[in-house]
Design a protein around this ligand. Structure first.
Ligand code: PYR
Length: 355
């Protein structure tokens, strides 16, 4: 019997016996992953490499991930559309790059004065954060998973000291997400640039300042070679998540075991990435200090202006029902978690510092 005839009679036999043929593809498969990161970007590229290697190792090579860094197949911010269109199988990015597609994507990376990494994880895995992320992703044909977190991000690099809110007037600054809209309300001219393009923009004077991630990633990017005013605490990214967004049809074709590998490897990558940043930040901050970087804090008056503008920006999209329902769930979870953390960890940290 020819192979084609055999397959067709086997299918007829299975149907006659009431057995459904497996809906998922068999055999080895290469998944193309497009990232928002240049290969030299500390932490974020490492996170993409970690999840790629984990999927390959856990599937015993049945799934191979072909990692294409920003610019190798598509641009840093074009990967969402590439996955939606089926040009690539998955992206590794921060979802606030895609608020143009839907404003609610911001919640799955970060919003100003939003969740810390711990709070985001609590909501995602044990509130309904993950379900909401997947409901939102499904609109665009994407199955998203939280795959990393940078931990709290720094306020950024400035070409002079910030002494009051008026210093933001006309400031040309690089920042993504809702944080950019907040600085815009304070009079800054803000643009988002891919991480690999920021050093050039800062050194050429095209921008006056930038935020990127935190001491370790920022040191690797070399911003201290250009400017020495560094604000370590920022309002805009208290614990941004990174996302692995898989093309939904591709995901549904995978076997349940392969789907589980992607899901569980993402949980592992989330923890691994967060601890990588947190471990390296302290040492990097010391090195920056030794190189003459001034470590500064925004004045209270500036923090208050950030707070007022952030609330306005957060409410700006509440006419969209999905945005409004995700915001409500996010805020409720954050309130509960903050209350608990306030009663335990915060008190403990204060007492440990005091004694
Ligand atoms: C940024 O684009 O600013 C990140 O933190 C990844």
């Amino acid at each position: 019997m020819k192979r084609r005839q055999f397959l067709s009679s086997a299918a007829t036999g299975a149907a006659a016996a009431g057995l459904a043929a497996p809906a998922y593809a068999q055999g080895n498969r290469t998944l193309t992953m497009v990232t928002s990161w240049g290969r030299g970007l500390a932490g974020v590229h490492d996170s993409a490499q970690y999840i790629a290697d984990s999927i390959t190792a856990m599937s015993d090579g049945e799934l191979t991930v072909d990692l294409r860094a920003a610019g190798e197949l598509v641009g840093a911010f074009e990967n969402f559309d590439a996955v939606t269109a089926g040009q690539a199988d998955m992206y590794h990015a921060a979802d606030y790059y895609f608020t143009g597609q839907h404003p609610a994507f911001a919640f799955f990376s970060t919003v100003p004065f939003g969740m810390t990494a711990q709070e985001l994880n609590n909501w995602y895995y044990h509130g309904n954060g993950q379900e909401l992320h997947q409901e939102l992703g499904a609109i665009f044909g994407i199955k998203p998973f939280l795959v990393g977190n940078t931990g709290p991000q720094s306020g950024g690099w400035f070409n002079r000291e910030i002494t009051g809110v008026e210093d933001f007037q006309g400031l040309r600054f690089r920042m993504p997400g809702q944080g950019a809209e907040v600085l815009g309300k304070l009079g800054a001219s803000v643009q988002n640039l891919p991480g690999s393009e920021v050093y050039q923009a800062l050194s050429s004077g095209a921008i006056d300042g930038t935020e990127w991630i935190g001491p370790w990633a920022d040191e690797a990017a070399g911003f201290h070679e250009i400017t020495k005013y560094y604000y370590t605490a920022g309002f805009h990214e208290p614990g941004p998540g990174l996302t692995l967004g898989v093309n939904l049809s591709v995901f549904e074709e995978l076997s349940p075991a392969h789907q589980a590998i992607i899901e569980k490897a993402s949980v592992a990558a989330n923890l691994w990435t967060l601890t990588l940043f947190m471990k390296n930040n302290a040492e990097a901050l010391n090195r920056l200090r030794q190189q003459g970087v001034q470590i500064l804090e925004f004045p209270d008056e500036v923090w208050e202006a950030f707070g007022t503008a952030s609330e306005e920006v957060l409410q700006q999209h509440t006419n969209d029902p999905l945005y409004a329902s995700i915001l409500a769930s996010y805020q409720e979870s954050m309130r509960e978690n903050s209350a608990w953390i306030g009663e335990t960890e915060r008190v403990y940290a204060q007492q440990r510092d005091r004694i």
